[in-house]
Design a protein around this ligand. Sequence first.
Ligand code: FES
Ligand code: FES
Length: 180
Amino acid sequence: MHLSINGRSLPVAPAGSTTLLDLLRDTLGLVGAKRACDRGECGACTVLVDGRAVYACLTLAHQCEGRDVRTVEGLGTTDAPHPLQEAFAAEDAAQCGFCTPGQLMAAAALLAECPDPTDAEIVAAMSGNLCRCGTYPKIVRAVRRAAAALRDTRPDVSIGAASGAPNRAPNGANGGAAHG
Ligand code: FES
Ligand code: FES
């Protein structure tokens, strides 16, 4: 089968039980999505599937056939960071940084759907992403800053289509974890 990862069609042959997270990290070497709980509780593995934030640890690779998968590696580069990455740096929103790729992807999904979110909308959209370092206020400020920057510079923020809601299964089967 072929999977579309960050706009590239890649030949892969995952077992039926292989998760998208396993495929990304162990087969494709895309280690931006992090494995922490590996059971849908933390959001460290968040990626976009057809523009929607999902937990890659709860998503089977085969479920992604014919869909558009985006990882943090497709968000921006060191030389050309995405406004969200610039905003996270400017607001010092990453402490250890382990949760940050997932936070960025959840935020990207939100801003693609809602270019001018309220703080409450940001908190709700990010509620499936835990941060052990407790950077939540800075994350909210960073998302707000990125939203403003994106509105100023270009109307289309999307790296996919929509939905920042913390329901992270491709078919809406699971709910996101709440912030602790
Ligand atoms: S590693 Fe997937 S939700 Fe924690
Ligand atoms: S910055 Fe350390 S877990 Fe979030």
